[in-house]
Design a protein around this ligand. Structure first.
Ligand code: C2E
Ligand code: MG
Ligand code: MG
Ligand code: MG
Length: 292
């Protein structure tokens, strides 16, 4: 970190920085302890086809049940885990837990289904990432075809050639690959052509602005069209309203994820909601089975 600051920069250690460091240290100690005690849980958010008729998968989103502070969202601890390298162990737990739970989903009759997990840029750069993940899959007797890996632009842009090699190896092993939070990073659409990915996830920020910002509409439409012309599927993240959904349907987006079609929920609840009715609509928290 310090070496990025340039030669002529003098860094002052303010009390604010001190306090932040102290906080991070506490989070890190608690994280390490929670890892051994399994104080984590995966929530699952449903992913649907754009007509909402078919459940195609779920994104696994980590939750930390802190013994004193209650539930802590990932935004408040992933970055700390990344700086310390603890993210690798956390990521291992996420994959293993997803393997255990995907079997429960399949057993409950939720088929044609993939679980998407988030891969941190730190994990992505691990030399033994693929071997390591295959080992975890083998331990749980789960095939890579059932897993989609969500990678961000930040993970791939600092060494594009190396990243492409890693992505290709992962895909060859059977994993599906999605570019997460697309549009927020610094990769250009032209890079998509080189990446061996199958899906683009349009970042929530564009979707939430769809109703009152024409630029967000143009960008969303451009991402959908460009992705399709490259043979990639497109999913819209963070869909919260019917209006947003209608726009995305008109623009031929393929998949939808968001509070409108379903919030992240614990695995047991996910099974309750989705085990039997494969056909139906889930909107504003209510599941309605379709009769056709
Ligand atoms: P992400 O991968 O982009 O995940 C989507 C985030 O958007 C989730 O937040 C989800 O709860 C939230 N979301 C989904 N639909 C809506 C919506 O309609 N409206 C709004 N306002 N939000 C919506 P969450 O669970 O807090 O996760 C935040 C980020 O933390 C994730 O963003 C991902 O980058 C990271 N993360 C979560 N789980 C893991 C994990 O297991 N490993 C790693 N490395 N990162 C994770
Ligand atoms: Mg994600
Ligand atoms: Mg995302
Ligand atoms: Mg995001």
């Amino acid at each position: 970190q310090a070496k990025d600051d340039g030669r002529n920069t003098v860094r002052f250690f303010t009390s604010e920085m001190n306090a932040r460091l102290q906080r991070n240290k506490e989070v890190l100690t608690d994280l390490a302890e929670s890892l051994t005690k399994e104080h984590f849980e995966l929530y699952y958010q449903p992913l649907f086809t754009i007509d909402q008729n078919i459940l195609v998968g779920a994104e696994a989103l980590i939750r930390w049940h802190h013994p004193e502070k209650g539930m802590i969202p990932p935004d408040q601890f992933i970055a700390v885990a990344e700086k310390s390298g603890l993210i690798n162990e956390l990521g291992d737990w996420v994959l293993a837990q997803a393997c255990r739970e995907i079997k429960n989903f399949l057993n409950a009759g939720i088929t044609v289904f993939k679980v998407a997990i988030n891969i941190s840029p730190v994990q992505f750069r691990r030399k033994d990432l693929l071997q390591h993940m295959l080992m975890i899959l083998a331990q749980h007797d789960v095939s890579a075809e059932l897993i989609e890996l969500e990678i961000t632009e930040g993970a791939v842009m600092d060494n594009v050639d190396q990243a492409i090699e890693t992505m290709q190896a992962l895909h060859d092993a059977g994993f599906q690959l999605a570019m997460d939070d697309f549009g927020t990073g610094y990769s250009s659409l032209s890079y998509l052509k080189r990446f061996p990915i199958q899906k683009v996830k349009i970042d929530r920020s564009f979707i939430s602005d769809l109703e009152n910002d024409d630029d967000s509409k143009s960008i969303t439409t451009a991402i959908i069209q460009m992705s399709h012309s490259l043979g990639l599927h497109v999913l819209a993240e963070g869909v919260e309203t019917e209006e947003q959904l209608h726009y995305l349907q008109a623009e031929k987006c393929d998949y939808v994820q968001g509070y409108y079609t379903g919030r992240p929920i614990p695995a047991s609840e996910f099974i309750k909601n989705f085990s039997e009715s494969k056909k139906g609509k889930y909107a504003n928290g209510v599941w309605t089975e379709s009769t056709t």
